[in-house]
Design a protein around this ligand. Structure first.
Ligand code: H2U
Ligand code: ZN
Length: 344
């Protein structure tokens, strides 16, 4: 077969973590754009907002008052999607109509008492404390007998459905492995059995040979636009050392994780001079008591923006019905993020 030019020829790329393909159409980036290009209309936030349900001392829905917390603050979601007292052994099966009860715990994690800060702008020690909180929560929730999956994530920005700009994330912990975790775990296990090595360790080794898709890095972590990225500025944050969960990170790795998250989100914010919306989250080993040595700790960032503060990518048409597609190549996206990261 002839060699494929990834920067000019329409092609598809394989995602070895999910086993799915993405269509890449690099020749289309030159096509004329007649959509709106607007300036961001973000308002300046106050350090404390009396109407915010996450700020210290304020009342939440349901009447509970937040304590006057000095650092991170974790509480049970007042509108939890899952409940811990759900009996896990209920099911209903009528041929193709299949349902099972699902028990779980949903928490909200305030990153800081400051309403106006973000991962990019929190002082380093405060962000470092967020890493500790994520670790404590993973251990605490994961140790519960009925919890096999702990999913920490952050929705940032109204575009991603975040209800509030106060810096916060969520944790949903439940009994059954969610879809994405199931796909990724199987791929990592199959790869480990076939190659006697870790899929993401091997991928990282490939990516650190060149720098085509690297965004930023430090001694312990690397952030890159994966070869198979679907969202225009999607990134993957990988630990250089093979660990299966955040609980296995050393002190210096926790520092490095905080540093790279700060650097990456700052680059995002500079790209379109706007607080960059995204959904991000951790993928770590299931907490079912097994070692899951094949699982490599990583984070995904899925940002929706395409070409400005307001012009986003939609997953519609062909993408919903067939296969996700992108125009700007992952290599060009990584280059733009690197350039943005160099701006003051
Ligand atoms: P998002 O911004 O990612 O939607 O997260 C906010 C969560 O906070 C959301 O899941 C919860 C919502 O259910 N919440 C409370 O628990 N208490 C409140 O008073 C308002 C919102
Ligand atoms: Zn607030």
């Amino acid at each position: 077969m002839a060699d494929l030019d990834l920067q000019t020829t329409p092609h598809r790329r394989f995602n070895p973590l999910t086993g799915e393909w993405v269509l890449v159409s690099p020749h289309r980036t030159a096509r004329p754009w007649q959509g709106q290009i607007e300036e961001s209309s973000e308002q300046k936030l106050l350090a404390y907002d009396g109407s915010c349900y996450l700020c210290p001392g304020n009342e939440r829905a349901g009447g509970v008052r937040n304590p006057d917390y000095p650092g991170t603050f974790v509480f049970e979601n007042d509108f939890a999607a899952l409940k811990s007292d759900t009996n896990q052994s209920q099911n209903r099966e009528q041929g193709l109509l299949r349902a099972e009860s699902e028990a779980g715990i949903c928490r909200v994690v305030c990153f800081s008492p400051r309403h106006d800060l973000t991962i990019a702008t929190l002082p380093f020690p405060d962000l470092r404390r967020v890493v500790d909180t994520w670790t404590e929560q993973y251990l605490e929730l994961g140790s519960l007998p009925f919890i096999n999956s702990v999913q920490s994530f952050e929705n940032r920005g109204a575009m991603m459905g975040a209800s509030n700009p106060h810096p916060h994330g969520q944790i949903w912990a439940n009994a059954n492995l969610p879809n994405e975790a199931t796909k990724e775990l199987k791929s990592q296990l199959d790869y480990g059995l076939a190659h006697d090595s870790c899929l993401l360790c091997d991928y990282l080794a490939l990516e650190t040979k060149g720098n085509a898709r690297l965004v930023c890095e430090n001694q312990e972590f690397v952030a890159l636009v994966p070869f198979w990225a679907v969202w225009p500025f999607e990134t993957l944050v990988l630990g250089r050392r093979h660990t299966t969960g955040i609980d296995q990170l050393s002190e210096s790795e926790r520092d490095a994780l905080a540093h790279i998250l700060k650097q990456l989100t700052a680059s995002y914010d500079r790209l379109f001079a706007t607080p960059f919306p995204y959904s991000m989250g951790f993928h770590q080993r299931p907490t079912d008591g097994q070692a899951h040595e094949e699982h490599h700790l990583h984070l995904h960032f899925y940002p929706p923006l395409l070409r400005s503060a307001t012009v986003r990518k939609f997953m519609v048409g062909y993408e919903l019905l067939a296969t996700p597609q992108r125009d700007i190549t992952p290599e060009e996206a990584a280059r733009r993020l690197r350039v943005a990261g160099e701006k003051e």
